[in-house]
Design a protein. Structure first.
Ligand SMILES: Nc1ncnc2c1ncn2[C@@H]1O[C@H](COP(=O)(O)OP(=O)(O)OP(=O)(O)O)[C@@H](O)[C@H]1O
Length: 489
Protein backbone atom coordinates (compact mmCIF):
# COMPACT_ATOMS: atom_id res chain seq x y z
CA UNK A 1 0.00 0.00 0.00
CA UNK A 2 1.24 3.48 -0.82
CA UNK A 3 0.47 4.87 2.61
CA UNK A 4 3.71 5.18 4.53
CA UNK A 5 1.89 3.81 7.57
CA UNK A 6 1.97 0.41 5.98
CA UNK A 7 5.54 0.35 4.78
CA UNK A 8 7.66 -2.56 5.81
CA UNK A 9 11.34 -1.77 5.93
CA UNK A 10 14.59 -3.64 5.70
CA UNK A 11 17.21 -1.13 6.69
CA UNK A 12 19.18 -2.78 9.47
CA UNK A 13 22.53 -4.07 8.36
CA UNK A 14 22.49 -7.69 7.30
CA UNK A 15 25.50 -8.54 9.43
CA UNK A 16 23.84 -7.69 12.70
CA UNK A 17 23.39 -10.84 14.78
CA UNK A 18 20.17 -12.39 13.65
CA UNK A 19 18.44 -14.88 15.83
CA UNK A 20 15.06 -13.72 14.82
CA UNK A 21 13.86 -15.98 12.11
CA UNK A 22 14.95 -19.38 13.31
CA UNK A 23 14.42 -19.79 17.03
CA UNK A 24 15.76 -23.33 17.11
CA UNK A 25 19.12 -22.62 15.48
CA UNK A 26 21.90 -23.63 17.86
CA UNK A 27 24.49 -21.17 16.66
CA UNK A 28 22.12 -18.28 17.23
CA UNK A 29 21.36 -19.56 20.67
CA UNK A 30 25.07 -19.50 21.37
CA UNK A 31 25.32 -15.94 20.09
CA UNK A 32 22.58 -14.85 22.47
CA UNK A 33 24.09 -16.71 25.40
CA UNK A 34 27.58 -15.39 24.71
CA UNK A 35 26.20 -11.88 24.54
CA UNK A 36 24.36 -12.43 27.73
CA UNK A 37 27.57 -13.52 29.47
CA UNK A 38 29.48 -10.52 28.17
CA UNK A 39 26.79 -8.23 29.50
CA UNK A 40 26.72 -10.00 32.87
CA UNK A 41 29.65 -8.16 34.36
CA UNK A 42 28.37 -4.80 33.28
CA UNK A 43 24.97 -5.52 34.67
CA UNK A 44 26.21 -6.62 38.04
CA UNK A 45 28.20 -3.41 38.30
CA UNK A 46 24.98 -1.58 37.70
CA UNK A 47 23.06 -3.44 40.29
CA UNK A 48 20.61 -0.72 41.13
CA UNK A 49 19.00 -0.68 37.73
CA UNK A 50 15.38 -1.33 38.51
CA UNK A 51 13.49 -3.60 36.17
CA UNK A 52 9.93 -2.42 36.29
CA UNK A 53 8.71 -5.65 34.81
CA UNK A 54 10.09 -7.89 37.52
CA UNK A 55 10.19 -6.25 40.93
CA UNK A 56 12.97 -8.37 42.29
CA UNK A 57 12.56 -8.23 46.04
CA UNK A 58 10.53 -11.12 47.36
CA UNK A 59 8.53 -8.87 49.62
CA UNK A 60 7.30 -6.85 46.66
CA UNK A 61 5.76 -9.81 44.92
CA UNK A 62 2.50 -9.55 46.82
CA UNK A 63 2.19 -5.81 46.32
CA UNK A 64 2.89 -6.17 42.63
CA UNK A 65 -0.63 -7.40 42.14
CA UNK A 66 -2.26 -4.07 42.90
CA UNK A 67 -1.96 -0.68 41.23
CA UNK A 68 -0.45 0.69 44.39
CA UNK A 69 1.99 -2.18 44.58
CA UNK A 70 3.13 -1.72 40.99
CA UNK A 71 3.59 1.99 41.52
CA UNK A 72 5.24 1.70 44.94
CA UNK A 73 7.71 -0.93 43.85
CA UNK A 74 8.68 1.16 40.86
CA UNK A 75 8.91 4.35 42.89
CA UNK A 76 11.20 2.73 45.42
CA UNK A 77 13.53 1.48 42.74
CA UNK A 78 13.66 4.77 40.90
CA UNK A 79 14.13 6.78 44.08
CA UNK A 80 17.03 4.61 45.18
CA UNK A 81 18.61 4.93 41.72
CA UNK A 82 18.42 8.68 41.84
CA UNK A 83 19.56 8.92 45.45
CA UNK A 84 22.60 6.69 44.97
CA UNK A 85 25.10 8.19 42.59
CA UNK A 86 27.46 5.25 42.98
CA UNK A 87 24.69 2.94 41.82
CA UNK A 88 23.59 5.12 38.94
CA UNK A 89 26.75 6.67 37.70
CA UNK A 90 25.31 8.08 34.48
CA UNK A 91 23.76 11.50 34.86
CA UNK A 92 21.64 10.89 31.78
CA UNK A 93 20.24 7.71 33.19
CA UNK A 94 19.44 9.43 36.48
CA UNK A 95 17.74 12.16 34.54
CA UNK A 96 15.60 9.65 32.64
CA UNK A 97 14.77 7.91 35.87
CA UNK A 98 13.79 11.23 37.42
CA UNK A 99 11.28 11.81 34.62
CA UNK A 100 9.86 8.35 35.03
CA UNK A 101 9.81 8.79 38.78
CA UNK A 102 7.70 11.88 38.42
CA UNK A 103 5.21 9.98 36.24
CA UNK A 104 5.02 7.07 38.63
CA UNK A 105 4.55 9.54 41.53
CA UNK A 106 1.64 11.16 39.72
CA UNK A 107 0.06 7.81 39.17
CA UNK A 108 0.57 6.99 42.83
CA UNK A 109 -1.11 10.26 43.86
CA UNK A 110 -3.96 9.55 41.51
CA UNK A 111 -4.65 6.23 43.15
CA UNK A 112 -4.22 7.61 46.62
CA UNK A 113 -6.68 10.34 45.84
CA UNK A 114 -9.27 8.17 44.14
CA UNK A 115 -9.17 5.01 46.17
CA UNK A 116 -11.30 4.72 49.28
CA UNK A 117 -10.04 1.26 50.14
CA UNK A 118 -6.78 0.60 51.95
CA UNK A 119 -4.36 -0.73 49.36
CA UNK A 120 -3.17 -3.57 51.52
CA UNK A 121 -6.56 -5.23 51.40
CA UNK A 122 -6.45 -5.83 47.65
CA UNK A 123 -6.58 -9.46 46.72
CA UNK A 124 -3.95 -10.79 44.36
CA UNK A 125 -4.42 -10.39 40.66
CA UNK A 126 -5.49 -13.23 38.45
CA UNK A 127 -4.49 -12.95 34.84
CA UNK A 128 -6.91 -14.87 32.59
CA UNK A 129 -5.31 -18.11 31.41
CA UNK A 130 -7.59 -19.13 28.63
CA UNK A 131 -5.39 -21.39 26.59
CA UNK A 132 -3.96 -23.22 29.55
CA UNK A 133 -7.36 -23.77 31.13
CA UNK A 134 -8.80 -24.96 27.87
CA UNK A 135 -6.07 -27.49 27.45
CA UNK A 136 -5.81 -28.76 30.97
CA UNK A 137 -7.72 -31.96 30.28
CA UNK A 138 -5.22 -33.02 27.62
CA UNK A 139 -2.03 -32.40 29.56
CA UNK A 140 -0.70 -35.94 29.25
CA UNK A 141 0.71 -35.63 25.71
CA UNK A 142 1.41 -32.06 24.64
CA UNK A 143 2.34 -32.99 21.07
CA UNK A 144 -0.83 -35.00 20.51
CA UNK A 145 -2.82 -32.30 22.23
CA UNK A 146 -1.47 -29.67 19.84
CA UNK A 147 -2.17 -31.82 16.80
CA UNK A 148 -5.62 -32.60 18.11
CA UNK A 149 -6.41 -28.96 18.79
CA UNK A 150 -5.01 -27.87 15.47
CA UNK A 151 -6.91 -30.45 13.45
CA UNK A 152 -10.17 -30.16 15.31
CA UNK A 153 -10.38 -26.39 15.35
CA UNK A 154 -9.23 -25.40 11.86
CA UNK A 155 -11.15 -26.00 8.68
CA UNK A 156 -9.42 -26.79 5.41
CA UNK A 157 -11.42 -24.77 2.89
CA UNK A 158 -11.50 -25.50 -0.83
CA UNK A 159 -11.01 -22.69 -3.32
CA UNK A 160 -14.55 -23.22 -4.60
CA UNK A 161 -15.94 -22.66 -1.09
CA UNK A 162 -14.06 -19.36 -0.84
CA UNK A 163 -15.12 -18.35 -4.36
CA UNK A 164 -18.72 -19.02 -3.50
CA UNK A 165 -18.38 -17.02 -0.29
CA UNK A 166 -16.90 -13.96 -2.00
CA UNK A 167 -18.75 -13.89 -5.32
CA UNK A 168 -15.62 -15.17 -7.03
CA UNK A 169 -13.34 -12.78 -5.14
CA UNK A 170 -15.32 -9.83 -6.36
CA UNK A 171 -13.25 -6.71 -5.70
CA UNK A 172 -16.30 -5.05 -4.21
CA UNK A 173 -15.86 -7.45 -1.32
CA UNK A 174 -12.38 -6.22 -0.49
CA UNK A 175 -12.48 -4.84 3.05
CA UNK A 176 -8.80 -4.39 3.70
CA UNK A 177 -5.46 -4.15 2.02
CA UNK A 178 -2.18 -4.49 3.83
CA UNK A 179 1.44 -4.72 2.80
CA UNK A 180 1.12 -8.41 1.98
CA UNK A 181 -2.49 -9.22 1.42
CA UNK A 182 -5.96 -8.36 0.25
CA UNK A 183 -8.74 -9.13 2.67
CA UNK A 184 -12.19 -10.10 1.34
CA UNK A 185 -15.45 -10.21 3.17
CA UNK A 186 -17.41 -13.42 2.55
CA UNK A 187 -20.38 -15.43 3.68
CA UNK A 188 -20.22 -19.20 4.03
CA UNK A 189 -23.13 -21.46 3.08
CA UNK A 190 -24.19 -21.71 6.73
CA UNK A 191 -24.44 -17.91 6.86
CA UNK A 192 -21.26 -17.34 8.87
CA UNK A 193 -19.48 -14.11 7.94
CA UNK A 194 -15.78 -14.46 7.27
CA UNK A 195 -12.75 -12.42 6.29
CA UNK A 196 -10.38 -14.08 3.84
CA UNK A 197 -6.80 -12.88 3.87
CA UNK A 198 -5.39 -13.69 0.46
CA UNK A 199 -1.64 -13.28 0.28
CA UNK A 200 -0.94 -11.36 -2.88
CA UNK A 201 2.44 -9.65 -2.59
CA UNK A 202 5.89 -11.11 -3.16
CA UNK A 203 7.23 -14.17 -4.94
CA UNK A 204 5.41 -17.49 -4.41
CA UNK A 205 8.12 -18.67 -2.00
CA UNK A 206 7.79 -15.50 0.05
CA UNK A 207 4.03 -15.89 0.19
CA UNK A 208 4.34 -19.46 1.39
CA UNK A 209 6.85 -18.41 4.03
CA UNK A 210 4.61 -15.54 5.15
CA UNK A 211 1.56 -17.79 5.22
CA UNK A 212 3.31 -20.45 7.29
CA UNK A 213 4.79 -17.87 9.66
CA UNK A 214 1.42 -16.28 10.36
CA UNK A 215 -0.39 -19.61 10.55
CA UNK A 216 2.28 -21.00 12.89
CA UNK A 217 1.58 -18.24 15.38
CA UNK A 218 -2.13 -17.60 15.07
CA UNK A 219 -3.05 -21.28 15.23
CA UNK A 220 -1.79 -21.27 18.82
CA UNK A 221 -3.60 -18.13 19.85
CA UNK A 222 -6.98 -18.21 21.58
CA UNK A 223 -8.23 -15.15 23.42
CA UNK A 224 -11.29 -12.89 23.15
CA UNK A 225 -9.00 -10.02 22.17
CA UNK A 226 -7.20 -11.72 19.29
CA UNK A 227 -8.54 -12.35 15.79
CA UNK A 228 -10.26 -15.72 15.36
CA UNK A 229 -8.72 -17.94 12.72
CA UNK A 230 -11.25 -20.50 11.53
CA UNK A 231 -9.38 -22.14 8.67
CA UNK A 232 -7.15 -21.84 5.67
CA UNK A 233 -6.93 -22.73 2.00
CA UNK A 234 -3.81 -23.41 -0.05
CA UNK A 235 -5.55 -24.00 -3.34
CA UNK A 236 -4.94 -21.28 -5.93
CA UNK A 237 -2.82 -19.25 -3.52
CA UNK A 238 -2.45 -18.83 0.20
CA UNK A 239 -5.57 -17.93 2.18
CA UNK A 240 -6.21 -17.49 5.87
CA UNK A 241 -9.87 -17.49 6.86
CA UNK A 242 -10.97 -15.50 9.91
CA UNK A 243 -14.20 -14.72 11.65
CA UNK A 244 -15.33 -11.34 10.36
CA UNK A 245 -14.88 -8.41 12.72
CA UNK A 246 -17.83 -6.34 11.49
CA UNK A 247 -16.59 -2.89 12.47
CA UNK A 248 -13.28 -3.19 10.62
CA UNK A 249 -10.09 -1.79 12.04
CA UNK A 250 -9.46 0.84 14.70
CA UNK A 251 -7.73 3.21 12.29
CA UNK A 252 -10.93 3.63 10.24
CA UNK A 253 -13.06 3.85 13.37
CA UNK A 254 -10.84 6.48 14.92
CA UNK A 255 -9.61 8.45 11.94
CA UNK A 256 -12.15 7.60 9.25
CA UNK A 257 -15.29 9.38 8.20
CA UNK A 258 -17.69 7.32 10.30
CA UNK A 259 -17.72 9.80 13.16
CA UNK A 260 -15.94 9.97 16.45
CA UNK A 261 -15.45 7.05 18.75
CA UNK A 262 -16.79 8.16 22.11
CA UNK A 263 -14.59 7.99 25.17
CA UNK A 264 -16.06 4.84 26.72
CA UNK A 265 -15.44 2.92 23.49
CA UNK A 266 -11.85 4.19 23.34
CA UNK A 267 -11.30 3.14 26.91
CA UNK A 268 -12.81 -0.28 26.25
CA UNK A 269 -10.54 -0.69 23.22
CA UNK A 270 -7.47 0.26 25.28
CA UNK A 271 -8.35 -2.24 28.00
CA UNK A 272 -9.15 -5.09 25.61
CA UNK A 273 -6.00 -4.55 23.59
CA UNK A 274 -3.95 -4.53 26.78
CA UNK A 275 -5.61 -7.80 27.81
CA UNK A 276 -4.86 -9.33 24.40
CA UNK A 277 -1.22 -8.28 24.56
CA UNK A 278 -0.86 -9.53 28.13
CA UNK A 279 -2.17 -12.86 26.94
CA UNK A 280 0.32 -12.99 24.07
CA UNK A 281 3.29 -12.00 26.23
CA UNK A 282 2.57 -13.71 29.49
CA UNK A 283 -0.30 -16.18 29.46
CA UNK A 284 -0.29 -17.87 26.09
CA UNK A 285 1.43 -21.25 25.87
CA UNK A 286 4.00 -19.58 23.67
CA UNK A 287 5.60 -16.26 24.49
CA UNK A 288 4.59 -14.18 21.50
CA UNK A 289 5.84 -10.74 20.48
CA UNK A 290 3.46 -9.19 17.96
CA UNK A 291 5.87 -6.60 16.51
CA UNK A 292 3.27 -4.65 14.56
CA UNK A 293 0.81 -3.26 17.09
CA UNK A 294 -0.94 -0.33 15.39
CA UNK A 295 -4.44 0.96 14.81
CA UNK A 296 -4.79 -0.95 11.51
CA UNK A 297 -4.13 -4.20 13.34
CA UNK A 298 -6.82 -3.78 15.96
CA UNK A 299 -10.13 -5.12 14.66
CA UNK A 300 -13.47 -4.31 16.25
CA UNK A 301 -16.39 -6.63 16.91
CA UNK A 302 -19.95 -5.35 16.79
CA UNK A 303 -19.59 -4.49 20.50
CA UNK A 304 -16.34 -2.57 19.99
CA UNK A 305 -14.37 -5.37 21.57
CA UNK A 306 -10.86 -5.06 20.14
CA UNK A 307 -9.14 -8.03 18.49
CA UNK A 308 -5.44 -7.98 17.72
CA UNK A 309 -4.86 -9.22 14.17
CA UNK A 310 -2.06 -9.58 11.60
CA UNK A 311 0.48 -11.94 13.10
CA UNK A 312 2.59 -11.73 9.95
CA UNK A 313 5.57 -10.26 11.81
CA UNK A 314 4.95 -11.94 15.13
CA UNK A 315 7.72 -13.93 16.75
CA UNK A 316 7.63 -16.78 19.15
CA UNK A 317 10.26 -16.00 21.79
CA UNK A 318 11.51 -19.09 23.65
CA UNK A 319 11.21 -18.63 27.42
CA UNK A 320 14.93 -18.94 28.06
CA UNK A 321 15.78 -16.27 25.51
CA UNK A 322 16.01 -12.65 26.51
CA UNK A 323 15.26 -11.24 23.07
CA UNK A 324 15.50 -11.57 19.35
CA UNK A 325 18.05 -9.57 17.45
CA UNK A 326 16.59 -9.12 14.00
CA UNK A 327 18.45 -8.11 10.89
CA UNK A 328 15.33 -7.43 8.85
CA UNK A 329 13.82 -4.15 9.92
CA UNK A 330 10.06 -4.45 9.58
CA UNK A 331 7.09 -2.73 11.12
CA UNK A 332 5.34 0.59 10.89
CA UNK A 333 6.67 4.11 11.30
CA UNK A 334 5.30 5.93 14.27
CA UNK A 335 5.30 2.79 16.42
CA UNK A 336 8.97 1.81 16.51
CA UNK A 337 10.59 1.43 19.91
CA UNK A 338 14.04 3.10 19.96
CA UNK A 339 15.92 -0.08 20.89
CA UNK A 340 14.32 -1.87 17.95
CA UNK A 341 15.05 0.97 15.58
CA UNK A 342 18.64 1.37 16.76
CA UNK A 343 19.66 -2.17 17.62
CA UNK A 344 17.07 -4.52 16.10
CA UNK A 345 16.18 -5.78 19.59
CA UNK A 346 12.78 -7.38 19.88
CA UNK A 347 11.15 -8.35 23.13
CA UNK A 348 7.92 -7.60 24.99
CA UNK A 349 8.88 -3.96 25.50
CA UNK A 350 8.86 -3.41 21.73
CA UNK A 351 5.12 -4.09 21.83
CA UNK A 352 4.66 -2.06 25.02
CA UNK A 353 6.10 1.00 23.26
CA UNK A 354 3.80 0.54 20.26
CA UNK A 355 0.87 0.09 22.62
CA UNK A 356 1.81 3.41 24.27
CA UNK A 357 1.63 5.11 20.88
CA UNK A 358 -1.75 3.47 20.30
CA UNK A 359 -2.96 4.85 23.65
CA UNK A 360 -1.87 8.31 22.55
CA UNK A 361 -3.87 7.92 19.36
CA UNK A 362 -6.95 6.99 21.38
CA UNK A 363 -6.48 9.91 23.76
CA UNK A 364 -5.61 12.58 21.23
CA UNK A 365 -7.36 11.40 18.08
CA UNK A 366 -4.09 12.01 16.22
CA UNK A 367 -2.69 9.54 13.73
CA UNK A 368 0.56 7.77 14.48
CA UNK A 369 1.83 9.32 11.26
CA UNK A 370 -0.26 12.23 10.13
CA UNK A 371 -1.19 13.36 6.63
CA UNK A 372 1.88 15.62 6.44
CA UNK A 373 4.00 12.54 7.12
CA UNK A 374 4.78 13.99 10.51
CA UNK A 375 5.94 11.10 12.64
CA UNK A 376 4.06 10.81 15.89
CA UNK A 377 7.35 9.77 17.48
CA UNK A 378 8.55 13.32 16.99
CA UNK A 379 5.26 14.76 18.16
CA UNK A 380 5.23 12.51 21.18
CA UNK A 381 8.79 13.23 22.21
CA UNK A 382 8.90 16.94 21.54
CA UNK A 383 5.37 18.18 21.98
CA UNK A 384 3.32 15.61 23.81
CA UNK A 385 5.88 14.50 26.38
CA UNK A 386 5.95 17.86 28.20
CA UNK A 387 2.15 17.81 28.27
CA UNK A 388 2.25 14.28 29.57
CA UNK A 389 4.82 15.22 32.15
CA UNK A 390 2.63 18.06 33.35
CA UNK A 391 -0.46 15.92 33.16
CA UNK A 392 -2.07 18.64 31.05
CA UNK A 393 -5.04 16.53 30.14
CA UNK A 394 -7.32 19.09 28.56
CA UNK A 395 -4.65 19.98 26.03
CA UNK A 396 -4.10 16.35 25.16
CA UNK A 397 -7.60 14.99 24.77
CA UNK A 398 -9.11 14.77 21.30
CA UNK A 399 -10.95 18.11 20.85
CA UNK A 400 -13.79 16.31 19.09
CA UNK A 401 -14.69 14.68 22.43
CA UNK A 402 -15.42 18.06 24.00
CA UNK A 403 -15.83 17.51 27.73
CA UNK A 404 -17.37 14.09 27.24
CA UNK A 405 -14.83 11.91 28.89
CA UNK A 406 -14.14 10.38 32.26
CA UNK A 407 -11.33 12.44 33.77
CA UNK A 408 -10.07 9.65 35.96
CA UNK A 409 -9.89 7.19 33.06
CA UNK A 410 -8.13 9.76 30.89
CA UNK A 411 -5.62 10.48 33.64
CA UNK A 412 -4.89 6.79 34.03
CA UNK A 413 -4.53 6.34 30.30
CA UNK A 414 -2.30 9.40 29.86
CA UNK A 415 0.07 8.36 32.59
CA UNK A 416 0.14 4.77 31.42
CA UNK A 417 0.91 5.96 27.89
CA UNK A 418 3.71 8.15 29.17
CA UNK A 419 5.32 5.14 30.84
CA UNK A 420 4.87 2.89 27.82
CA UNK A 421 6.70 5.34 25.54
CA UNK A 422 9.69 5.79 27.82
CA UNK A 423 12.88 5.74 25.73
CA UNK A 424 14.42 3.09 27.91
CA UNK A 425 12.61 -0.26 27.83
CA UNK A 426 13.75 -0.61 31.41
CA UNK A 427 11.36 2.14 32.43
CA UNK A 428 8.36 0.78 30.56
CA UNK A 429 5.91 -1.42 32.44
CA UNK A 430 5.18 -4.97 31.35
CA UNK A 431 1.73 -5.57 29.91
CA UNK A 432 0.27 -7.16 33.06
CA UNK A 433 1.29 -3.99 34.91
CA UNK A 434 -0.28 -1.91 32.16
CA UNK A 435 -3.56 -3.78 32.69
CA UNK A 436 -3.44 -3.02 36.40
CA UNK A 437 -2.61 0.64 35.80
CA UNK A 438 -5.33 1.10 33.19
CA UNK A 439 -8.08 -0.75 35.01
CA UNK A 440 -7.41 0.58 38.46
CA UNK A 441 -8.61 -0.51 41.83
CA UNK A 442 -12.03 -1.87 40.91
CA UNK A 443 -10.51 -4.49 38.65
CA UNK A 444 -8.01 -5.60 41.22
CA UNK A 445 -10.70 -5.77 43.88
CA UNK A 446 -12.65 -8.17 41.66
CA UNK A 447 -9.79 -10.61 41.34
CA UNK A 448 -9.45 -13.63 43.54
CA UNK A 449 -6.45 -14.68 45.59
CA UNK A 450 -4.89 -17.20 43.25
CA UNK A 451 -2.57 -14.71 41.57
CA UNK A 452 0.27 -16.19 39.55
CA UNK A 453 2.26 -13.42 38.00
CA UNK A 454 4.53 -14.99 35.47
CA UNK A 455 8.06 -14.21 36.51
CA UNK A 456 9.85 -12.39 33.79
CA UNK A 457 13.46 -12.77 33.17
CA UNK A 458 15.58 -9.81 32.45
CA UNK A 459 15.67 -9.12 28.75
CA UNK A 460 18.49 -8.08 26.52
CA UNK A 461 16.96 -4.71 25.80
CA UNK A 462 17.19 -3.91 29.52
CA UNK A 463 20.82 -4.76 29.51
CA UNK A 464 21.84 -2.80 26.50
CA UNK A 465 19.93 0.24 27.66
CA UNK A 466 21.44 -0.01 31.13
CA UNK A 467 24.95 -0.11 29.90
CA UNK A 468 24.95 2.44 27.16
CA UNK A 469 24.89 6.16 27.55
CA UNK A 470 21.55 7.02 26.08
CA UNK A 471 22.09 10.74 26.20
CA UNK A 472 19.98 13.47 24.73
CA UNK A 473 22.24 13.98 21.71
CA UNK A 474 21.80 10.37 20.69
CA UNK A 475 18.11 10.68 21.31
CA UNK A 476 17.79 13.73 19.05
CA UNK A 477 19.89 11.93 16.43
CA UNK A 478 17.50 8.99 16.59
CA UNK A 479 14.53 11.27 16.13
CA UNK A 480 16.22 13.03 13.22
CA UNK A 481 17.03 9.72 11.62
CA UNK A 482 13.42 8.62 11.97
CA UNK A 483 12.29 11.91 10.48
CA UNK A 484 14.64 11.53 7.51
CA UNK A 485 13.45 8.03 6.76
CA UNK A 486 9.81 8.89 7.36
CA UNK A 487 10.09 11.80 4.96
CA UNK A 488 12.09 9.77 2.47
CA UNK A 489 14.99 12.23 2.50
N1 LIG B 1 -11.12 -10.66 10.49
C1 LIG B 1 -11.24 -9.47 9.89
N2 LIG B 1 -12.42 -8.81 9.92
C2 LIG B 1 -12.55 -7.60 9.35
N3 LIG B 1 -11.56 -6.96 8.71
C3 LIG B 1 -10.36 -7.56 8.64
C4 LIG B 1 -10.13 -8.84 9.22
N4 LIG B 1 -8.84 -9.18 9.02
C5 LIG B 1 -8.30 -8.16 8.33
N5 LIG B 1 -9.19 -7.18 8.10
C6 LIG B 1 -8.96 -5.90 7.40
O1 LIG B 1 -7.88 -6.05 6.50
C7 LIG B 1 -6.81 -5.15 6.86
C8 LIG B 1 -5.48 -5.78 6.51
O2 LIG B 1 -5.34 -7.01 7.20
P1 LIG B 1 -3.91 -7.49 7.72
O3 LIG B 1 -3.33 -6.45 8.59
O4 LIG B 1 -4.06 -8.85 8.31
O5 LIG B 1 -3.12 -7.54 6.32
P2 LIG B 1 -1.56 -7.37 6.06
O6 LIG B 1 -1.33 -7.42 4.60
O7 LIG B 1 -0.82 -8.36 6.88
O8 LIG B 1 -1.32 -5.90 6.60
P3 LIG B 1 0.03 -5.20 7.05
O9 LIG B 1 0.53 -4.43 5.89
O10 LIG B 1 -0.38 -4.33 8.20
O11 LIG B 1 0.96 -6.28 7.47
C9 LIG B 1 -7.04 -4.87 8.34
O12 LIG B 1 -6.47 -3.62 8.72
C10 LIG B 1 -8.55 -4.84 8.41
O13 LIG B 1 -9.06 -3.59 7.97
Amino acid sequence: MADINHHKHSTLSENSADSGDKPDKNSEDVVVQARHKRRGAMISSYASAQDLRSPDAENKKKDGSSPKGVIEASLEGLESDIASPEDSPKAEVRCTHAGALSNWRKLFKLWKRKSEKPFSTFPQLVVPRLSRKNNSSKQENPMLRKLYNFKSSLENFSLSQLRAATDNFNRENIIGRGGYAEVYKGRLKDGKLIAIKRLTKGAPDERTAGFLAELGIIAHVNHPNTAKLIGCCIEGGMHLVFQLSPLGNLRSALHGSKGTLNWSKRYKIALGTADGLTYLHETCERRIIHRDIKADNILLTENFEPQICDFGLAKWLPRQWTHYNVSKFEGTFGYFAPEYFMHGIVDEKTDVYAFGVLLLELITGRKALDDQQQSVVIWVQILAKPLLDENDIKELVDPSLGDNYDVEEVERMVLTASLCIEQSPLLRPQMSQVVILLRGDDYVAECSNESQHPSHQRTYSNEIQDTQEYNSTKHINNINRLREIALGS
